[in-house]
Design a protein around this ligand. Structure first.
Ligand code: FMN
Length: 215
């Protein structure tokens, strides 16, 4: 529980490279995830080449910029992320709209590109389970990581990643994990209390035992 609760998304890294034997252990954790029908549809591409990391990082920045700019222009961002304080709102929105929010990926010493076989029913769930195993193993080893979809959420960017890394048509690029030694210690992002997310016997019914504990 301590490992789970102290894991954070890390977006600033020291320049120290991640030793290869650590990377192997991290991927070993991914390999042991459960998968629908035991299909094991995940494939992992280890990227250490600085030029490739830079290219992928820029794609991540551009992907976020496109997505948040669209939300800003259609005013959805104001509904989804209302920030009453004007100065803070400008600061946060600028970071989102410029794509700076995901550009940090270009400075990671290591990327793990996670792809899934298209022909497996439950591939996205399987791949997600593998990623969570990886994130916990990363944290257990004193490293930090961030799970990113920004560079692949747009199919046009996914195509670019596939071309760059020679990923065959039968695979989807589901995520890129940026990994490195943490150069920041972010505060935990607040989680919804159990009393708000757990129901008893039917949806919407509070479970009194949780109300007593958390209200
Ligand atoms: C499916 C998924 C996609 C994510 N994509 C991004 C991303 O593109 N860029 C990013 O900076 N963080 C991304 N994250 C990290 C989340 O922002 C982060 O997990 C969340 O804010 C909670 O913070 P924590 O991981 O430190 O607990 C993603 C996380 C998940 C699970």
């Amino acid at each position: 529980m301590e490992l789970i609760k102290t894991r954070r998304s890390i977006r600033k890294y020291k320049e120290t490279p991640v030793p290869d034997d650590y990377t192997v252990k991290i991927l070993e954790a991914g390999r042991w995830a459960p998968s629908g029908e035991d299909a094991q549809p995940w494939r992992f591409i280890v990227i250490k080449d600085r030029k490739k990391i830079e290219t992928l990082g820029k794609l991540a920045g551009a992907g976020s910029a496109r997505r948040f700019r669209a939300e800003f222009l259609t005013r959805k961002l104001f509904d989804r992320l209302p920030i009453p304080d004007e100065e803070k709102r400008k600061r946060v929105y600028r970071k989102l709209i410029t794509g700076e929010v995901s550009l940090f990926m270009k400075d990671a010493p290591l990327l793990i590109v996670v792809v899934g076989r298209r022909d497996c029913w439950d591939a996205v769930y399987d791949v997600s389970a593998a990623i969570q195993n990886i994130l916990l193993q990363v944290h257990a080893m004193g490293l930090g990581a961030c799970w990113l979809v920004a560079p692949v959420i747009d199919v046009r960017d996914e195509m670019k990643v596939k071309e760059l890394l020679k990923i065959p048509e039968e695979y989807t690029v589901d995520a890129i994990l940026a990994v490195g030694y943490p150069a920041e210690s972010p505060k935990p992002r607040p989680r919804l209390p159990l009393s708000e997310i757990v129901f008893y016997e039917e949806f919407g019914e509070k479970w009194p035992i949780l109300l007593e504990k958390t209200s």
